[in-house]
Design a binder for this molecule. Structure first.
Ligand SMILES: [Zn+2]
Length: 375
């Protein structure tokens, strides 16, 4: 077993350097493979989306497409998975018929700063809307009613008190409304409070524009596109969960019988908005109906799935957002929030990191063999 330190990097710069070094290995199979870096955000900060790309050598029948770090901090696990794949799976791909497109850090600022959102506080996976005005009224209304819960409201002064207050707000019957509001906001985003959690943004972010261009290019160039979008936190602890787009026309049962993977879920149609894989499927349907597309999220579970885990999730998300905007009086409170956030999206535990590597291999076998990428 290769050492964990090799795969799980402590910061954005190191993770990106490792990714860039994959080019050499990939060129052994695809001699014309190239690395490109797209600058994102503030000119003074060196944040880039990095892409390694190659056409197939003979005919562009299919392409393997990985995206990582759409949610910043979640990109560390995605980079580990990409690294593992480059080390151990390339020999099972036929480069004559298969192209490759690997993306490191769709949200490089978030990855650098260990946040989930980008430099504009936007959850990028709620930013892929066809028409932002049309979808968000009801969500924004519920969100507004419960806004004291989601909007930063002063410095964190006493973490125990803040945490207890949030827990009881999320637990009590009276606050059922705010619980629903935050569940909805999680899935649909909210488009009114730019300092609030689950903000989807009012304009198309740079990263969104960039990924849309790549999606279009792949659908135009290849007959079949096989896409795995790597994330963390959702699903059973230490297991991988595939989350299929609502626009994937196959039912959950059908997906389960086709792909031999334990956890497979489907987004429910009216609960998720602005998702990037949904956009990919819509684009395929409307502009490239003859191209075959497989596109799904793959999540490595951390806190788990019960109601208690859900409360811990919301509490963590809310406190991290408050800390970012307002700060904390006590250093130990600040550290507590940051540790909890890391435990949710990039745990340090050996057991979790091992599970990322072993569960990723299950997904490679389950999806990429069935889809004809791996022989
Ligand atoms: Zn994510």
């Amino acid at each position: 077993m290769i050492k964990q330190e090799q795969y799980f990097k402590p910061n954005y710069e190191e993770s990106r350097a490792v990714f860039r070094s994959h080019l050499e290995k990939i060129q052994e199979k695809w001699p014309n493979a190239s690395l490109s870096s797209e600058k994102i955000g503030n000119e003074t900060e060196d944040n880039t989306i990095d892409v390694i790309y190659s056409d197939a050598l003979e005919s562009n029948q299919q392409v393997l497409f990985f995206t990582t770090g759409e949610h910043g901090i979640e990109g560390y696990a995605g980079a580990a998975v990409t690294h593992l794949f480059v080390e151990e799976y390339l020999d099972r791909i036929d480069p004559q018929t298969t192209g490759i497109c690997l993306i490191h850090a769709l949200n490089p600022w978030g990855m650098r700063n260990f946040r989930r959102v980008n430099e504009n506080n936007v959850d990028l996976n709620r930013n892929y809307l066809y028409n932002p005005e049309s979808v968000s009224k009801e969500v924004n209304e519920n969100y507004a009613k419960a806004q004291e819960l989601f909007l930063p409201n002063g410095k964190i002064t006493d973490i125990i008190k803040e945490k207890t207050k949030l827990y009881s707000q999320l637990t009590s019957e009276i606050m059922e409304q705010s619980y629903n509001a935050i569940s909805e906001a999680k899935g649909m985003g909210q488009y009114e409070f730019e300092r609030g959690v689950y903000y989807g943004g009012l304009k198309e972010e740079e990263s969104t524009q960039f990924l849309k261009t790549v999606q279009k290019k792949l659908l135009t160039t290849f007959s079949r596109v096989i896409h795995m979008d790597w994330h963390t936190a959702l699903g059973p602890t230490n297991e991988i969960t595939m989350v299929a787009s609502e626009t994937d026309t196959r039912a959950e049962e059908e997906l389960k019988s086709r792909y031999p993977l334990k956890n497979i879920q489907k987004f429910s149609p009216d609960k998720v908005k602005g998702d990037s894989t949904n956009h990919f499927h819509k684009l395929k349907k409307e502009e490239h109906p003859d191209t075959y597309l497989f596109s799904a999220l793959f999540e490595f579970g951390t806190f788990g799935e019960d109601r208690e885990a859900e409360r811990r999730t919301y509490t963590t998300i809310i406190l991290e957002n408050q800390l970012y905007w307002e700060g904390a009086e006590k250093e130990e409170d600040k550290q507590w929030v940051l540790d909890e956030f890391q435990a949710m999206f990039y745990p340090k535990e050996r057991e979790w990191r091992d599970s990322v590597l072993t569960e990723a291999q299950k997904a490679f076998e389950a999806i990429l063999k069935v889809e004809g990428i791996l022989n």
